[in-house]
Design a protein around this ligand. Structure first.
Ligand code: ADP
Length: 434
């Protein structure tokens, strides 16, 4: 039994005994016991009052001295209070450290509550977004930064992607925003100034586009002469025939490379506007099958999908799907089947190409859309691949708000699926109204 409780019981026993003895001496045992009980109740009330006064002061003062069970209660609560104060100090210290460390960050950090109100931001965020201490605290971020893209991004709550917006402070600067959700719907927004990065990226893509463009003319001239020589093959000494074939093969390869580089630059360039129009997936698939039939007659091509139209650029979709079909034919053995499927599912609109080829090991899959990445370098090149096909697919899909999914395993063939948001499906006005 607790020491305080034992003392209390002893105290009550002694006091009751004392009252009993007094009562016996004066001949009024019952009255004396009642009076003793009343006195003990007054003592209890007094202790409660002291306890209440001490508790409500919220200070770290030690409790009033007391013995028995009340002493134990005072001590236990005093210990809890001290522990709590220590924990509060610790949390406060950590918070200060966190604020100091975020202040040292070059990237901006803004904390938003569930409703999008600004709680905390570091110096960099203040500088990049033009937030003012005190005046902007607890304001809705979307009231301060009136950028429709940002409002949409926060509303959509799909934070796997980053958002690129124009700087609200410096004209011409570009910011990248990444949101992470934590706690009860609160958001940690990281803001980076990517102006320099974007300029470098633009220099790089302009350079590639210019070089490809400049290479085009000399290459056309070379190819023209090579074709003329091929036409007059008999006039060329036989010792040169092999070299001539080789030169023509390489010139064609180079032309494909230049064409693909230029197409990729155009897709990458944010200045080329996407001209959306309803594109019938069925018609596109039939066209691809016809072309494929000429290129690889030994493969069997199957189509399966409903009458469905996608809002997009026909030429860009054709080049994306065409690259997938070319790859399926290039990497799967003759006599096998290539299936083209399209339709709508809960995730949106899809167009997929499945082959019965060798498949791709999981380690390569995340890197396939990188420029010039090849699983088997020699093979892709020898088969006329430029190494840019899947990069083109990725960029063409991104321009349509879509993405490429790759499902493949060695020995099990591959399925490349182009996914588009449900909103990309085009419905005739009358069909939509029904
Ligand atoms: P390439 O011009 O070399 O085909 P891509 O960008 O189109 O370049 O493809 C990149 C690499 O991905 C290819 O070199 C090949 O190794 C692999 N790959 C693409 N499609 C398939 C497929 N259907 N089956 C097996 N491997 C494939």
């Amino acid at each position: 039994m607790y020491r305080g409780l034992r003392t209390e019981i002893q105290r009550i026993t002694l006091f009751t005994g004392f009252c009993g003895v007094i009562g016996w001496l004066v001949g009024e045992v019952a009255w004396c016991l009642i009076a003793g009980g009343a006195l003990y109740s007054i003592f209890l009330l007094r202790q409660m009052q002291r306890f209440y006064v001490w508790l409500s002061r919220y200070s770290e003062d030690p409790p009033p001295s007391s013995s028995g069970i009340w002493g134990d209660i005072f001590d236990a609560i005093y210990r809890m209070r001290k522990q709590q104060a220590q924990q509060q100090d610790y949390v406060l210290q950590q918070l200060t450290r966190m604020q100091d460390s975020t202040a040292a960050l070059k990237d901006g950090v803004v904390m938003l509550d569930k409703s999008g109100q600004i709680g905390f931001w570091n110096d960099a965020a203040g500088r990049l977004l033009g937030l003012r201490r005190a005046a902007d605290e607890q304001q809705l971020l979307t009231n301060l930064l009136r950028d429709p893209q940002l409002a949409q991004y926060l509303q959509r709550e799909q934070f796997a992607d980053t958002l690129v917006i124009a700087s609200p402070v410096n004209n011409g600067d570009t910011l990248e925003i990444q949101v992470n959700v934590f706690g009860d719907g609160e958001k940690l927004m990281v803001v980076r100034d990517i102006t320099r990065l974007q300029k470098l990226e633009k220099i790089r893509s302009d350079f590639v586009a210019n070089v490809s463009h400049e290479l085009r003319t000399p290459l056309t001239v070379l190819k023209g002469y090579l074709e003329t020589l091929q036409d007059q093959r008999d006039a060329v000494p036989p010792a040169w025939h092999k070299a001539l074939d080789h030169m023509q093969q390489q010139a064609t390869r180079m032309q494909h490379l230049v064409d693909d580089l230029m197409l990729l630059s155009r897709l990458e360039s944010h200045h080329t506007e996407l001209r959306r129009q309803p594109v019938s997936l069925e018609r596109l698939a039939r066209r691809l099958v016809e072309d494929a039939g000429r290129l690889a007659p030994s493969h069997q091509l199957l189509c399966d999908g409903p009458a469905l139209q996608l809002l997009g650029s026909e030429s860009e979709l054709l080049s994306a799907f065409g690259n997938l079909v070319t790859n399926a034919l290039r990497y799967s053995p003759p006599g096998t089947t290539v299936r083209l499927r399209w339709g709508e599912d809960p995730q949106g609109v899809f167009f997929s190409v499945t082959d019965e080829g060798p498949g791709i090991a999981a380690v390569h899959i995340p890197r396939l859309t990188e420029r010039f990445y090849r699983v088997d370098g020699g093979r892709g090149r020898a088969d006329g691949g430029t190494g840019l096909g899947l990069a083109i697919v990725k960029h063409a899909l991104a321009r349509h708000g879509g993405q490429l999914e790759i499902a493949s395993a060695p020995g099990k063939g591959s399925t490349f699926t182009c996914r588009f948001p449900a909103a990309a499906a085009h419905r005739e006005a009358s069909a939509a109204a029904n």
